[in-house]
Design a protein around this ligand. Structure first.
Ligand code: MN
Length: 197
């Protein structure tokens, strides 16, 4: 059976993240950028499938590179949309998660600063990701583009997209401002759920 991926609806309205992220950005980001990764992943899978059917050779290296770029792009965007929620002025983190983050990073402020610094210093386009390993240890890392520098086998718990398309219309080249304001739309209960599974 041929596998394929599809673009899910967002768990909130396109303007729900305002004023942190505008409706224009969310709409473009979801329907154009994210959608392009879904289509790209399906195209690469389609090429593999038709080559199998026809018993024909393809440029395997190029197709697999396309697949990893687009499929990781799709999966990272799903995590990103889901780990955000409607803007609220006081977006309080739950106590249980606060304790876990404090234990691993010495303080919540340390965690926040480390995550922000990692986000601000991603070279070019990419992501900042909080991962956990099988023992529940937490690591912050950067992902370049969608598919370079991640840690194989580690589970992503919280991701922020720092490609320019995620913030440029609202923040121009001020990635740091976007990264610092972004905490107001983080969905902490989703983050805690991901940590527990
Ligand atoms: Mn993006």
């Amino acid at each position: 059976m041929k596998e394929s991926f599809s673009l899910k609806d967002l768990p909130y309205k396109y303007d729900a993240l305002e004023p942190v992220i505008s409706k224009d950005i969310v709409l473009l980001h979801h329907t154009k950028h994210h959608n392009a990764y879904v289509q790209g992943a399906n195209k690469a899978l389609g090429m593999l499938e038709s080559a199998r059917q026809e018993g024909r050779e393809i440029d395997m290296k190029a197709v697999l590179r396309d697949l990893s770029f687009n499929l990781n792009g799709h999966l990272l965007h799903e995590l990103y949309w889901e780990n955000m929620k409607e803007y609220s002025e006081e977006n309080k983190i739950n106590t249980e998660l606060l304790e876990i983050l404090t234990k691993h990073f010495n303080s919540y402020d340390n965690f926040q600063r480390e995550f922000e610094t990692a986000a601000k210093t991603v070279e070019g386009s990419g992501w900042v990701v909080l991962f956990k390993d099988k023992e529940g240890n937490l690591f912050i890392n950067q992902v370049q583009n969608h598919n370079l520098l991640g840690i194989i086998g580690f589970k992503p718990i919280l991701v922020n997209d720092v490609w320019e398309h995620a913030y440029y219309l609202d923040y121009k080249n001020e990635r740091g401002e976007y990264v610092e304001r972004w905490w107001d739309v983080v969905n902490w209960s989703v983050v805690l759920d991901r940590l527990k599974v």
